[in-house]
Design a protein around this ligand. Structure first.
Ligand code: FES
Length: 103
């Protein structure tokens, strides 16, 4: 089982602004909404844009290149829910935001 890795402090994040981090060999997009943090695969499955650069509205992030929309909670592609990007566990320990990417 892989470990949680710290990606920054709570205060490093702004609401509705994604940030991308390498975690266990994957690029992960981390989003903050209020007290909640979410983490999904940063790589858009269409042509590889960074989803952390996308526009967040509600539970969705819109890819900055061609506007595919993904749920930041579970990675579902909202235009075709049979397709998903991976979603990852996030936790806050003290003031550290931590993400776990399974091996
Ligand atoms: S690269 Fe994301 S929609 Fe095209």
């Amino acid at each position: 089982m892989s470990e949680f890795e710290s990606v920054g402090k709570v205060s490093d994040f702004q609401d509705n602004v994604g940030r991308a981090f390498p975690v266990n060999g994957r690029m992960v997009a981390v989003f903050k909404r209020g007290d909640q943090f979410y983490a999904i695969d940063d790589l858009c499955p269409h042509m590889g844009a960074s989803l952390a650069e996308g526009y967040i509205e509600g539970d969705s992030v819109t890819c900055p290149w061609h506007a595919w929309r993904f749920c930041i909670k579970d990675g579902t592609w909202e235009d075709n829910p049979r397709v998903k990007v991976d979603a990852f566990e996030v936790r806050v320990v003290g003031d550290e935001v931590q993400v776990r990417v399974a091996d």
